[in-house]
Design a protein around this ligand. Sequence first.
Ligand SMILES: Cc1cc2nc3c(=O)[nH]c(=O)nc-3n(C[C@H](O)[C@H](O)[C@H](O)COP(=O)(O)O)c2cc1C
Length: 342
Amino acid sequence: MAPMTRSRSDNKGNVATALTAEYYAQRATAGLLITEGTFVSSKAVGFINVPAIYTEAQIEGWKLVTEAVHKQDGKIFAQLWHVGRLSHPDLHNGELPHAPSAINPHSQAYTQNGFVDTVTPKEMTIEDIQQTIRDFKNAAANAVKAGFDGVELHTANGYLFHQFFTGCSNQRTDEYGGSIENRARILFETLDALKGVIDHNRVGVRFNPSAHNLFGIFVDELTIPTFEYIIRKLNDYGLAYIHLTEPFTDVTNVPFAVKEVAKHFRPMYNGTLIINKGFNKESATKVIEESYADLVAFGVPFLANPDLVKRLERDAPLNTPDPKTFYTTGTVGYTDYPALTM
Ligand SMILES: Cc1cc2nc3c(=O)[nH]c(=O)nc-3n(C[C@H](O)[C@H](O)[C@H](O)COP(=O)(O)O)c2cc1C
């Protein structure tokens, strides 16, 4: 199951609850559940009501989730998240969000006041970057304490790491900007830091290489070579997997974008490759048979079908997802999608 923000932690400490546990346990037949993005620190926050993973109470909340999933013999990784500039001062006591460079993504953040326009963020100092790396290390240690089977670094969809990888959001002139190696540096420093708290064979990394005109990100001539460099280098890291998404929008006419992500990157990576975005049983079977991926992640189909695996096995009809309740609070559109009765 692909990571999906569901915003049900509308409690004071943004803690995962028994309801969160019920939602994931309902879906435990997935070979691997990847949680919604969970914030690694208060500075990482970019949405309200997201269960985070930097306080003791939050660790206790996630324990409910991992125990419920393990009881059903499921496996679950926590997706570790920092939104960078895709945030707003309303979520940071009036302070600016952090980003590689002071460039407004001209996007929106979801705050206690609803959707609000993003602002020009603060350019991170070297110390801010080092602190962020420590925050990821701490969050990974917290994930282990909470009983997760592993963690996935959210380095996709225009959030902090993606902002470092891409020229439109990173115009730094120090060792974290400019060359491909410099744009990628924060990821490898984070992976090195994680070594102290979790084996790399329990760490996955997620990328959306052809994201374009989305999340404030634009593909340029260095974007795909940057992902190629990163993915090749990850061969040396012995990760659990890399998790790629096909383009979220039609990039047929976008110069420099890769149109078929799995096909493009498969030859560069020796380890386990998960592919995601828009798959159904037929296309998922095909991509595996063609050896462009080892595993397929399903997002929205899993959101609306707690027993997706059974339904795919039986070619049973699927429930219809209701986008109006993707990010609302409570049980409606969360834990009330029906399972097959037989
Ligand atoms: C409600 C919702 C929330 C999402 N939240 C996240 C998230 O927290 N982290 C992430 O990496 N992707 C997130 N995504 C993207 C999904 O993981 C996935 O890439 C997308 O839904 C496409 O896959 P699908 O066609 O199988 O649904 C989200 C998608 C949806 C629909």
